[in-house]
Write a protein that binds this ligand. Structure first.
Ligand code: DGY
Length: 414
C-alpha cells in the first residue's frame, strides 16, 4: 500500500502539472480552461504547500469578473479546439473570453481558508479581493433569488450537470431546433460516464438562448424555461455570505449588507425543505414542482451553517448503505446510475464541502468517517474526477485537480 506521504507527493504533482500559469485546469484534455469552482478548490490545495500560488489562482479567476459583478463559470484564457462549447459559442464580452453563467460561489470560502493559512501574507491579498467577492455576491442576490433561495439558470451552473434534479424541467424544454454540433467530451472519456445527447441538446439550447438575449439577466428571467432553486447554489451562497462577513469584519468593513443577505438566505434555505421527501430538494420556480431528489447537495446544509436532525439521520443511513463517500444520487432512487456523472457517482469535492460543514457544526464523528472514507477511496482508486460509489471504480477524467486538492487539504491530512 502506498504511504500517505507518497500520495501527497502525487497530489502536489497533479496541481503543479495542471497549472497553466496563474490558473489550473481541472484535468488536461477534457477540461482545458479555468473553471470557477474547480479553481477555488485548487487554491485550497495549493494553500497546503504554496500560499502565494493559492492567492494567484483566485486573483486570476476574478480578473474575469464582468463589470456587473458576475464571475463566469469558465474563463477561456487560451483557445483549445478540444473543448466544446468554446468562446465562439458563448459569445460573451467580459474582460477575458468566458461563458455567460456562474458556478457555486465557493471562492469566498476558499479565500478565507487560504488567508487562515497565513494571515500575515494574506491580509493585503484578501483586502484587494474582498470588494470583488462582495460584488459577485450582490450580483447573485440581485438576480437569482426566489423566496430567498438561490436559483440556477443552467444545469452547468450548479456543477451537477445531469443530476436528476433537472429532469422534469428539461422534459418541458423543446430542443428540436438546436442544430448540429460536435461534442468533444466523449472523445476524451467513456461516453457511459457522461451526460446523454438528450441532456446535451438542452444544455446547448440554453446557451443559444442566453447568447441571443445577450446574457441579459432581466431578459433571461423573463424568457428562460430553466429556473430552479437548488441546494447547491443556495447553501454555497449562504456559506460564502458567512465567510464574507468574517472577512469583512477582520478588514474593518461595514458588513451590515452581508448580514441582511444571511438572514434572507437562511429563510430561503428552508423553502427547499421537501417534507414528503424528507430532505433538501430542488424546486422548479416556474412550475412550482419539487424534483424529489436526495442528492449530495442536500447534505450541504451544515456547510451553510444550517442544522437539521432529519438530514443527519439520512446521512448516517446513506453512509451505512454505501461503502464509499456520499453519492450524488441516492442508490434507492429509480434514476440512480452508478457511473453516469451526477446521477450516482461519488465526488470527492462535494464530500469535502459536506465534511467541512459537519466539522464546523460539531458532528465530529460523521466528519471523520467521511474524511476516512474519502481517503480510502483516493488511496485505492486514485485521483479520478468521480467514482462508482458501490465499488469505488474510477470514472470520468483522471489526474483531477480538485480530487488532489481534497486529499491535500482534508482527506489525506494526518
Ligand atoms: C462540461 O463541459 O461538462 C462542464 O461540466 C460544463 O461546465
Amino acid at each position: 500500500m502506498t504511504s500517505n506521504t507518497a500520495i501527497s507527493e502525487q497530489a502536489r504533482e497533479i496541481l503543479i502539472t495542471n497549472d497553466r500559469g496563474g490558473y489550473t485546469v481541472p484535468t488536461a484534455g477534457l477540461y482545458p480552461y479555468q473553471w470557477n469552482w474547480d479553481s477555488a478548490v485548487a487554491a485550497l490545495g495549493f494553500a497546503q504547500f504554496d500560499v502565494d500560488r493559492a492567492w494567484v489562482e483566485i486573483e486570476t479567476l476574478f480578473k474575469g469578473q464582468w463589470a456587473d459583478g458576475m464571475v463566469p463559470h469558465i474563463l477561456f484564457h487560451k483557445s483549445d479546439p478540444g473543448y466544446f462549447p468554446g468562446p465562439d459559442v458563448w459569445g460573451c464580452e467580459g474582460p477575458i473570453p468566458s461563458s455567460g453563467i456562474i458556478q457555486p460561489p465557493i471562492a469566498a470560502t476558499m479565500a478565507r481558508f487560504v488567508w487562515e493559512q497565513d494571515k500575515g501574507l494574506g491580509r493585503e491579498r484578501l483586502a484587494a479581493l474582498y470588494p470583488k467577492m462582495v460584488k459577485w455576491h450582490n450580483w447573485i442576490m440581485r438576480w437569482r433569488l426566489h423566496r430567498g433561495a438561490v436559483c440556477t439558470t443552467h444545469p452547468w451552473e450548479t456543477g451537477r450537470d445531469n443530476a436528476p434534479d433537472w429532469d422534469n424541467t428539461m422534459a418541458r424544454m423543446d430542443a428540436s431546433d438546436v442544430g448540429e454540433y460536435t461534442r468533444r467530451d466523449t472523445a476524451h472519456v467513456n461516453s457511459d460516464d457522461r451526460p446523454t445527447k438528450y441532456d446535451y441538446d438542452r444544455y446547448i439550447k440554453l446557451v443559444q438562448m442566453g447568447r441571443r438575449l445577450n446574457w441579459d439577466q432581466a431578459a433571461m428571467l423573463a424568457e428562460s424555461p430553466f429556473r430552479v432553486a437548488d441546494p447547491t447554489m443556495t447553501f454555497t451562497t449562504l456559506r460564502a455570505a458567512r465567510d464574507l462577513q468574517v472577512i469583512g469584519e477582520a478588514l474593518g468593513e461595514d458588513t451590515s449588507g452581508i448580514a441582511a443577505s444571511i438572514e434572507l438566505l437562511v429563510t430561503g434555505a428552508e423553502t427547499l425543505w421537501n417534507e414528503e421527501l424528507g430532505g433538501y430538494d430542488s424546486r422548479d420556480v416556474l412550475s412550482g414542482e419539487w424534483a424529489g431528489c436526495l442528492s449530495n447537495a442536500s447534505y450541504l446544509c451544515w456547510f451553510a451553517g444550517v442544522e437539521n436532525a432529519k438530514m443527519l439521520a439520512r446521512l448516517r443511513d446513506v453512509m451505512t448503505r454505501v461503502p464509499f463517500p456520499v453519492p450524488s444520487n441516492d442508490p434507492n432512487a429509480e434514476s440512480f446510475d452508478a457511473r453516469r456523472y451526477w446521477r450516482g457517482p461519488t465526488w470527492a469535492v462535494v464530500n469535502l464541502l459536506i465534511g467541512i460543514g459537519l466539522e464546523d457544526m460539531g458532528h465530529k464523528t460523521e466528519a471523520k468517517a467521511l474524511a476516512d472514507k474519502t481517503a480510502g477511496l483516493i488511496k485505492e482508486h486514485g485521483f479520478a474526477e468521480y467514482f462508482d460509489p458501490m465499488n469505488g471504480k474510477a470514472a470520468g477524467g483522471g489526474t483531477f485537480t480538485w480530487t488532489a486538492a481534497v486529499w491535500l487539504a482534508w482527506a489525506g491530512r494526518d
